[in-house]
Design a protein around this ligand. Sequence first.
Ligand code: ATP
Length: 203
Amino acid sequence: MKKIGLFGGTFDPIHNGHLHIARAFADELGLDMVVFLPAGDPYHKEETTRTPAHHRLAMTELAISDDERFAVSDCDIVREGATYTFDTVQIFRQQFPSAQLWWLLGSDSLLRLHTWKKWQTLVKQINIAVAARQGFSLHQAPQEIHAWLGEALQNGRLKPLQTPLYDISSTELRRRIGRNEPVSDFLDRRVENYIRQYKLYKP
Ligand code: ATP
């Protein structure tokens, strides 16, 4: 059976933390493919700080090109209106009806799972891998997901990745770039060049 990993994110910009957990995701679960899914542009006018989707998509394409298991899909970018993980997963279930699907999350995102559209149905349709993130332990899980969390850890539908923490965020990188601080340790060289070329994240 094919095993496919899905990895949604804003990727603003994609950084080595994303690549590090995606590699661990593929290695530890023996995935045939990991599809990166950059989020679309915000449909609420109020949220204007996000970099346009075509830039985030281009940076993601550059960053993943060395690993042949990695692919990018624009399916969350081309859909109109709000895009929910639930709907994205339905698209992949239709496209790969006999595959086992895995979704990758950082632990900060997992702790908000109960706020996602139809999350209880979603967790019956896919398996979830979680990468530890500094300051976000599964012990802090809100009451709403306690029962599911215990059961999913037991039956293997939720897999904590074993790979060490990689403590970086896009927020921190945007801040550093804005202040002309070095970022080479955290970004793919091609992504860094792209950011420079289009003068992204400059005040
Ligand atoms: P921002 O700082 O803008 O919120 P981010 O660095 O968290 O961005 P996203 O694109 O929002 O990046 O993250 C996509 C997914 O990757 C989320 O599930 C997030 O938890 C996870 N993630 C991002 N960076 C890391 C990291 N360093 N370690 C583990 N998980 C991470």
